[in-house]
Design a protein around this ligand. Structure first.
Ligand SMILES: [Zn+2]
Length: 127
């Protein structure tokens, strides 16, 4: 899978593959990080586009980056590629609405939790 390590690369990819349709699919908005279990993830229509996780980093940082005072689940939080949770995300594209979505998995003691956020072209993408 393609590896994306800079904000410029990610912006170029989004510019190349614009979202053309309003979303009507089962994923819903996902403006902040939404917990989306495997059975709500429409795997048939999702296409893996790239990974943001650097394979040479054994343990990416859990530090978050919010220069404008946003929080983890804020709809306006920037997409800060070197920080949690973007540093462990995969980028997916929905074949139905053409939106790009970021997804990563939280591992708890007895559960895994898939988190999804729409990569809206309106968001700030930073390194
Ligand atoms: Zn969709």
């Amino acid at each position: 899978m393609r590896l994306i390590q800079s904000a410029d690369e990610l912006k170029a990819l989004l510019a190349d593959q614009p979202s053309t349709r309003a979303c009507s699919c089962s994923l819903g908005g996902c403006a902040g990080w939404e917990s989306l279990s495997e059975d709500r993830w429409p795997a048939d229509q999702m296409q893996a586009v790239a990974t943001l996780r650097n394979p040479e980093l054994y343990e990416p940082t859990f530090e978050e980056h919010h220069p404008q005072g946003t929080r983890y689940d804020s709809a306006e939080a920037p997409v800060a590629l070197k920080f949690f949770p973007y540093n462990r995300c995969e980028l997916w594209r929905c074949g139905q609405c053409q939106r790009h979505l970021l997804r990563y998995t939280e591992f708890g003691g007895y559960y895994v939790d898939h988190r999804v956020r729409e990569l809206s072209p309106k968001l700030d993408i930073i390194d």
